[in-house]
Design a binder for this molecule. Structure first.
Ligand code: 5GP
Length: 182
């Protein structure tokens, strides 16, 4: 595997979290950054695994200390990538993977132009809407907001180096792992 920073992004509901969860379980040798967020944990999430769950005040302090490589607000909550673990990986010649939204992917590209941006695409817009509703963890208003954001994000595919279509999670993970190796 070549040592570089890879950013997996794409619209909400496309399954980035599921793909990265599967990748963490089946390819534990691949280092994945753990983001910070002010969103409350979902039932199946554990602090320190999927995210570090922070208060607004804690998050604001990290921003002020410039401790985040990138950060963004998304559907009313804040998300960011702790800078120093990623920097240590890259400085040590070791690969790193981030799973972040489009705003974050653009910030990483500006700061680290050699980063590889991978777009996780839904098989279709109808399928994306179905998945957003089926998740059932968010209110209709949040689903509506996320779908609107997702439509705008689909248009950004041209800014990316590679596209992986998420028709099946194991296949998408294998394609991502293959990309990480070149
Ligand atoms: P969720 O709340 O469903 O876990 O994530 C919502 C969105 O936030 C997803 O699009 C996810 O990729 C994005 N996200 C997760 N972590 C980060 C991060 O550290 N930075 C940015 N910019 N987006 C993130």
């Amino acid at each position: 595997m070549t040592a570089r920073l890879t950013v997996l992004s794409g619209p909400s509901g496309v399954g980035k979290g599921t793909v990265v969860g599967y990748l963490r379980r089946h390819h534990p040798q691949i280092w994945v950054s753990t983001s910070v967020t002010t969103r409350p944990p979902r039932a199946e999430e554990t602090d320190g695994i999927e995210y570090h769950f922070l208060s607004e005040r804690q998050f604001t302090r990290l921003v002020a200390e410039e401790a985040l490589l990138e950060h963004a607000s998304y559907a009313g909550h804040r998300y960011g990538t702790p800078r120093s673990p990623v920097q240590h990986r890259v400085a040590g010649g070791l690969p790193a993977l981030l799973e972040i939204d489009l705003q974050g992917a653009r910030q990483v590209r500006e700061q680290m132009p050699s980063a590889r941006l991978v777009f996780l695409a839904p098989p279709s817009l109808a399928e994306l809407e179905r998945r957003l509703v089926a998740r059932g963890t968010e209110s209709p208003e949040v689903v509506r907001q996320r779908l609107q954001t997702a439509k705008e994000e689909l248009a950004a595919v041209g800014e990316f180096d590679d596209v992986v279509v998420n028709s099946s999670v194991p296949e998408a993970v294998e394609r991502l792992v293959a990309l990480l190796a070149v």
